[in-house]
Design a protein around this ligand. Structure first.
Ligand code: ATP
Length: 234
């Protein structure tokens, strides 16, 4: 479904991503692991059109995404849940959810989809008319995932969704990810929680210093190898 070929991402003269190639097939959860500064967020930025592609190509079902505006990429079925739970704090939960659907024209089905997300994340129903800024970190994470789903993506890009959450909420995030795959969604997951990611992902790629250093199917990365990834050794 997604094919990234020889991707380069640059910030001025800094090359954050170098010659990265990866694939995500229909219905897969693919993990993208690596230490801080490895280039994971920059890779998602380039795929989602939020950052310019300095080299290489990004293809969705064979069609070129690179060079297209971010909004068009959302319309084509790729939705990003950025790092850091960016909710519109002074808007209500309802308004935040509606923003996720602005690229759509099928208004009647949007209402149905909002209902589906309120069933999935019951806390959002409870605070539906409250300002999103009042929600806890875990509740805001549920809101940004629900908001991203309201664009009806085929491919969901998740950037560190479990970061800073309590163990119970980390469980909820990973259960949600598995549930979404069961519903047919394809997921590219950037995570610092490597041990949970290798459990849930069909395959993982490992980035370090902007370059791809490993690619492994489920079960192929040992705890020792994972430790090396985060210590920056190996
Ligand atoms: P983290 O988990 O810390 O977000 P990451 O793997 O997502 O790490 P990136 O955020 O993609 O890594 O960063 C890759 C490199 O690009 C790092 O060296 C970082 O310092 C640099 N970088 C990221 N954003 C910018 C920016 N806006 N301007 C300049 N350099 C940047």
């Amino acid at each position: 479904m997604l094919r990234v070929e020889g991707l380069d991402v640059q910030y001025g003269r800094i090359r954050a991503v170098r010659d990265v190639s990866l694939e995500v097939s229909q219905g897969e959860i693919v993990g993208l692991l690596g230490p801080n500064g490895a280039g994971k967020t920059s890779t998602l930025g380039a795929v989602s059109g939020r950052l310019p592609v300095a080299g290489g190509r990004v293809l969705l079902e064979g069609e070129q995404l690179d060079g297209r505006p971010a909004e068009e990429i959302v319309r084509r079925g790729v939705s990003l849940v950025p790092e850091g739970r960016h909710v519109f704090a002074t808007l209500t939960v309802a308004e935040n959810l509606a923003i996720g659907a602005t690229v759509r024209k099928d208004r009647a089905q949007v209402a149905e989809d909002i209902e589906r997300q309120l069933e999935r994340f019951s806390v959002l129903r409870r605070y539906y008319r409250s300002n999103a800024g009042k929600l806890s970190g875990g509740e805001q994470q549920q809101l940004v995932i629900a908001r991203a789903l309201l664009s009806r993506p085929r491919l969901l890009l998740l950037d560190e969704p479990s970061l800073g959450l309590s163990p119970l909420l980390v469980d909820l995030v990973f259960e949600t990810i598995e549930q979404l795959r069961a519903e047919g969604l394809t997921i590219l997951l950037v995570e610092q929680n490597a041990s949970r990611t290798v459990e849930v992902a069909d395959r993982c790629y490992v980035l370090r210093g902007g370059e791809l250093v490993a690619h492994a199917p489920r079960g192929d990365l040992s705890p020792e190898e994972l430790g090396d990834i985060y210590l920056g050794a190996g």
